[in-house]
Design a protein around this ligand. Sequence first.
Ligand SMILES: Cc1cc2nc3c(=O)[nH]c(=O)nc-3n(C[C@H](O)[C@H](O)[C@H](O)COP(=O)(O)O)c2cc1C
Length: 187
Amino acid sequence: MDLFEAIKTRRSIRKYADKPVEDEKLEAVLEAVRLAPSWANMQCWRMVVVRDAKVKETLSDLSYVESYFSPKGYKANPSKKALAEAPMVIVLCAEPQQSGAIWGQNYYLVDAGIASENLMLAARAQGLGTVFVGVYDEVKVKGILNIPVNVRVVGLFPLGYPAAEPTTGPPRKPMQEICFHGMWGEQ
Ligand SMILES: Cc1cc2nc3c(=O)[nH]c(=O)nc-3n(C[C@H](O)[C@H](O)[C@H](O)COP(=O)(O)O)c2cc1C
């Protein structure tokens, strides 16, 4: 699939078909992360590929956010089921010490963000689906996967074949709102 086609048609996938992912396709997704650009080429990302059903179930249970405004005291994640149902979950981590921090910007998040988009587009280009799950109890996720203290979990990515071909997604802002020419505020 052409790159722009993949960019245009990628959607967050939250329902998966009961169909395994071929090893070559997984390898291509992981390779897309490996090849991403990064601060001083330090490649701060690390990944854990989770296939074990019980561990996926636990990740699913941990994908909540504490919420003062919710009567339950927490809000479940819209991708909660996806984490348990997809054939696998890629846990994308980063070592902040292996990236730059300057003028209040922590570039490990930028590095991992770029790698994340490579991951999602590589999935889409091969007919697979995924979704960036950024809300979860990080301390507990680290605990169950033996992730060292100096490593941050940046996102959980269920990976599998979409249950249905994605159609239109949530709308984007118009170009005039996000892009100026010459000076801020000028069109
Ligand atoms: C940093 C980040 C965190 C996100 N966290 C979640 C999440 O926790 N749960 C979820 O269902 N979707 C999550 N998303 C997916 C967004 O909701 C989704 O990308 C957005 O609504 C646009 O829809 P689209 O991906 O189909 O174009 C996240 C996306 C990003 C980039």
